[in-house]
Design a protein around this ligand. Structure first.
Ligand code: ADP
Ligand code: MG
Length: 264
């Protein structure tokens, strides 16, 4: 089975999509087989990975609502080893469409348990790019996930939002998915010229200790430019500080996985 990570934070604009795309690309670059699932109706991960609206024939909507197999909905990206299930604007109506449907919170989990491979090759990581809310889509993501990966922007209200997210994780763990854990917190858009960035980073580390990745993602204009070319930053400009940070993060994630597996 793959390691399934929900990239989640109910706050918008904190770097969820950027992290899903670039960590996914970096994991593929170090030899993993990666599936990104775009669970946000806005479809930014799909666009950022070069899958235009017109090419989104089968989407995560088909998986969640019509229970189509993962294998029929995943498409190749330009990055070897990296696949994506694109999003669909209709996803925003899923809550109403599923009504009280059977196993409505487990649609994604059921699909992943049924099939988590591409051809003969099994995915080693599945990254779910969550929407900026705690709705049925996020619940599906957290019910399917082994762990939650939280991108956190170092700004004034960061810790406040984080405690709400931790309560949600506990809630899901206590009801829908007992195995759910916090994978880690990654500090994003870090600006070393801004004193507040440093203060918040220190606060977060003192609260969450080793759960915070050593790697910090710097604010880097190349990272923000890349999606408009339909490319991950690592393809757009491998040498930029942002791309290098995501490569470092991927190595850290893989290393922590090794340690976790050895302890399990
Ligand atoms: P979310 O998915 O949480 O809403 P995004 O990943 O879309 O957040 O990021 C929000 C905005 O910040 C986007 O315009 C993105 O390009 C930009 N951004 C994200 N990470 C960085 C970074 N490391 N450096 C510069 N801009 C970034
Ligand atoms: Mg997003």
């Amino acid at each position: 089975m793959p390691r399934v990570l929900a990239v989640s934070n109910q706050k918008g604009g904190v770097g969820k999509t950027t992290t899903a795309i670039n960590l996914g690309t970096a994991l593929a670059a170090v030899g993993e087989t990666v599936l990104i699932i775009d669970m946000d109706p806005q479809g930014n991960a799909s666009t950022g990975l070069g899958v235009p609206r017109s090419a989104r024939t089968t989407t995560i909507y088909d998986v969640i609502v019509d229970q189509q197999p993962i294998g029929e909905c995943a498409v190749k990206t330009s990055v070897p080893g990296l696949y994506i299930i694109p999003s669909d604007p209709d996803l925003s109506g899923v809550e109403i469409e599923l009504g009280q449907a059977d196993r409505r919170s487990y649609r994604l989990r059921d699909a992943l348990e049924h099939q988590a491979q591409v051809g003969e090759l099994a995915y080693s990581y599945v990254l779910i790019d969550c929407p900026p809310s705690l709705n049925l889509l996020t619940i599906n993501a957290m019910s399917a996930a082994d762990a939650v990966l939280v991108p956190l922007q170092c700004e004034f209200f960061a810790l406040e939002g984080l405690s709400q997210l931790m309560r949600t994780i506990d809630l899901v763990k206590g009801s829908l998915n007992p195995r759910l854990e916090l994978q880690g917190i990654v500090l994003t858009m870090f600006d070393r010229r801004n004193a507040l960035s440093g203060h918040v980073a220190r606060d977060v580390r003192s609260h969450f200790g080793e759960k915070v990745y050593d790697t910090v993602i710097p604010r880097n204009v190349r990272v923000s430019e890349a999606p408009s070319f339909g490319k991950p930053a690592l393809i757009y400009d491998l040498k930029c500080t942002g791309s290098q940070a995501y490569l470092k993060l991927a190595r850290e994630v893989v290393q922590r996985e090794k340690v976790r597996r050895a302890a399990a």
